[in-house]
Design a protein around this ligand. Structure first.
Ligand code: AMP
Length: 253
């Protein structure tokens, strides 16, 4: 497994593997079973499997959230090696934004719901960094999780809008036995909060309406950012122990 920090060096190597099918998984590290499922699928469906680890500063609207985002690079690399990954791209912020934020991708008002409304700059930051990563890696297929459903839709639209030659593959949400969606942020929860967190998924599945879902989450002690329904899915973002968690389910679940 090769680890690349420099875009220029990766690109030189990229030319030597241009004839092969390249699959790509973009991550912010602190890898868990959810990431592993994307990487395994990428590994199985492509000759070359590339993973990026980059905690993208431009998608954090809260500096504290960025500062305490977990960093487990050594164990992440060990996991990726075990999963048979060929190349890992681990750029610095200076490598990705050499001129600062000179240009950004601006999603229009149709994205001003859920994360697009409650985390100003988040979708813009994601679209911008994913455009950069897809241009750098130039994969045939890129794998994204349904756990971040609005992000997945945004990236599908990004690829269509800019005619990028890449197929976006959606992967189902990986959950703990309790139903809790695997997330890097789960590591920040206290043991008591971790016990309570599965209530999010249970409530999304069982509440009769978004109003009822909000009320029962609040009654359980969550601070609710939103509960919304769009296109046959129910979505929630909540704070528990000051940690922001998101989840979504298909309404027929
Ligand atoms: P992140 O490191 O949080 O930016 O996530 C990197 C990729 O892994 C994104 O496409 C996420 O949607 C995906 N992902 C994160 N958690 C899960 C999960 N529990 N199940 C499936 N995919 C996930």
């Amino acid at each position: 497994m090769r680890v690349w920090k420099s875009i220029a060096e990766w690109r030189t190597h990229r030319e030597t593997i241009a004839a092969k099918s390249i699959g790509f998984v973009a991550t912010m590290g602190a890898l868990h079973r959810g990431h592993a499922a994307l990487v395994e699928r990428c590994r199985a469906e492509n000759e070359i499997a590339v993973v990026s680890i980059f905690v993208n500063p431009s998608q954090f609207n809260d500096p504290n959230d960025l500062a305490r985002y977990p960093n487990t690079l050594e164990s992440d690399l060990t996991l990726l090696q075990k999963l048979g990954v060929d190349d890992v791209f681990v750029p610095t912020a200076a490598e990705m934004y050499p001129q600062g934020y000179r240009m950004k991708v601006q999603p229009d008002e149709r994205y001003r719901i859920m994360e697009g409304l409650h985390r100003p700059g988040f979708l813009e930051g994601v679209a911008t960094v994913v455009l950069k990563l897809l241009e750098i890696v130039r994969p045939e297929k890129a794998y994204f999780g349904e756990k971040d459903y609005q992000q997945l839709m945004l990236i599908r639209d990004l690829v269509a809008e800019f005619f990028l030659p890449c197929k976006i593959v959606a992967c189902p949400t990986v959950r703990a036995e309790s139903g809790l969606a695997e997330s890097s942020r789960n590591a920040l929860l206290s043991p008591a909060a971790r016990e309570k967190a599965p209530v999010i998924h249970r409530t999304l599945c069982t509440a009769e309406s978004i109003e009822q879902a909000r009320a029962s989450l609040e009654a359980e002690g969550f601070r609710v950012d939103y509960v919304e329904e769009h296109a046959g899915r129910r979505f929630a973002a909540v704070f528990l122990d000051g940690v922001r968690l998101i989840d979504n389910v298909a309404l027929c679940c």
